[in-house]
Design a protein around this ligand. Structure first.
Ligand code: GLV
Ligand code: MN
Ligand code: MN
Length: 401
């Protein structure tokens, strides 16, 4: 057991996919069920009681010695982006499981219970709305989200119904916090020559689906000046998003998914759809950028005689991590002899959703080249060994607090 096994397990889990030849695991699909079964087996081997909650999240529980001491939540997500790497999400779940196993092997019993959570949706691949698993646990899934449909017209509510009745929400419980270990997904730790960092805050994000509707027609017969081509409007919009993202420091804006419909070489696209993802550490700056892009989209549509539909799929504010839990993590980093690096996160994490439920903190682990959301994602097991020691030290410090 140890860091090398944690890395090997992440790679083993990465073989479970919805798509041949690349790692893609979306919310509530067959691959997710197989991933939960495999990670659940590892949790059970670590001595935990394992269940899947009503939102499809995997939960491993290690009871504490004091029934009144409450529960600490650990974990991350088990879903992935399309053509993903092996570590974004699973590292946090598998490392937490390893920490529980290590405490058991050393016959250390903590006063509080530890629940290791493997969230079923953090990336939002299937529904375009992220954090479904962690929002269910936080008790913040709203009606609009439950009615959001995937490409086949299945709603979030219908997908959740497959997991049976019951409550995933942990609201009202005595919780000590949520701590998430995650790869950095950026290059700063490599630059600083440090294995881990304590996260200070997570940037806010808005996601929307943007749809232009014109009129489909024959590519050979409809003269150019009579067309209402939705793909041309979408092209204008994509470039406007890039211009917006470059217009101020700290703002990032991305169109990651595009479709021209009905999608045939000899049909003028009557409809065109894009995903939009906008992020900034400052909420006002992000909201202003989103509002400006929406106006721009409306102007593009009007100029071409098209209709615009703008559906906001998600908006999360920037979230600060809990100072108390973060200082305990920092103390464990110092005790391990690693440099004290503090970093904000440009990427979103389940900690965003959980921060509406309980105090949250995060530990970043260096990843090779800062590469993430890519199959080349990689971590060094020596860094994972440091992260495991830090999480272990954190748990022991929390027990003494
Ligand atoms: C999750 O990886 C996100 O930041 O989109
Ligand atoms: Mn991700
Ligand atoms: Mn992630």
């Amino acid at each position: 057991m140890g860091a090398e096994q944690v890395v090997a397990r992440c790679r083993e889990l990465a073989r479970i996919s919805e798509e041949e030849g690349r790692l893609t695991r979306w919310f509530a699909g067959p691959a997710m069920a197989r991933a939960n079964a495999l990670v659940g087996r590892w949790m059970a081997e670590a001595g935990m009681a394992v269940r899947t909650d009503a939102a499809g999240n995997l939960v491993g529980r290690q009871p504490g010695s004091d029934a009144d001491a409450g529960t600490l939540l650990l974990g991350s997500h088990l879903d992935t982006v399309r053509d993903a790497g092996a570590f974004d999400g699973p590292l946090g779940v598998i490392a937490a499981t390893e920490c529980v196993a290590r405490l058991r092997a050393e016959e250390v019993s903590l006063p509080f219970s530890v629940d290791v959570l493997g969230f079923g949706d953090e990336e939002g691949l299937r529904f375009g709305t992220a954090y479904l698993g962690s929002r269910a646990v936080a008790g913040t899934l709203d009606r609009a989200t439950l009615n959001t449909a995937d490409d086949d017209g299945v709603t979030v509510g219908e997908a959740l119904a497959a997991f049976g009745p019951g409550e995933a929400s942990r609201r009202g419980e005595r919780l000590l916090g949520y701590v998430e270990l995650h790869i950095e997904q950026g290059p700063v730790l490599e630059q600083r020559d440090a294995p881990v960092a304590v996260v200070t805050a997570i940037a806010g994000a808005t996601r929307a689906e943007v749809r232009f509707t014109g009129r489909a027609g024959h590519a050979g017969t409809v003269p150019m000046e009579l067309r209402r081509d939705a793909a041309c409007a979408l092209a204008d919009f994509v470039l406007a998003v890039e211009v917006a993202g470059r217009s101020q420091p700290g703002l990032v804006a991305t169109v990651g998914r595009l479709a021209a419909l009905p999608g045939a070489p000899n049909v003028i696209p009557g409809e065109a759809v894009a995903s939009l993802d906008v992020r900034h550490a400052d909420d006002a700056a992000r909201n202003a950028a989103v509002a400006a892009l929406r106006e721009r989209a409306a102007a593009i549509a009007a100029a071409r005689g098209l209709e615009l539909a703008w559906e906001e799929r998600m908006a999360t504010p920037a979230v600060a991590m809990d100072p108390g839990l973060s200082e305990l993590l920092a103390a464990a980093v110092a005790a391990r002899g690693a440099p004290d690096v503090r970093l904000p996160s440009g990427a979103g994490h389940d900690a965003v959703a959980l921060s509406e439920l309980t105090a949250t903190a995060m530990l970043f682990v260096r990843c090779a080249g800062g590469v993430s959301h890519h199959p080349d994602e990689s971590v060094d097991s020596a860094d994972v060994a440091v992260a495991l020691d830090v999480l272990d030290g954190f748990l022991r410090r929390l027990a003494e607090r």
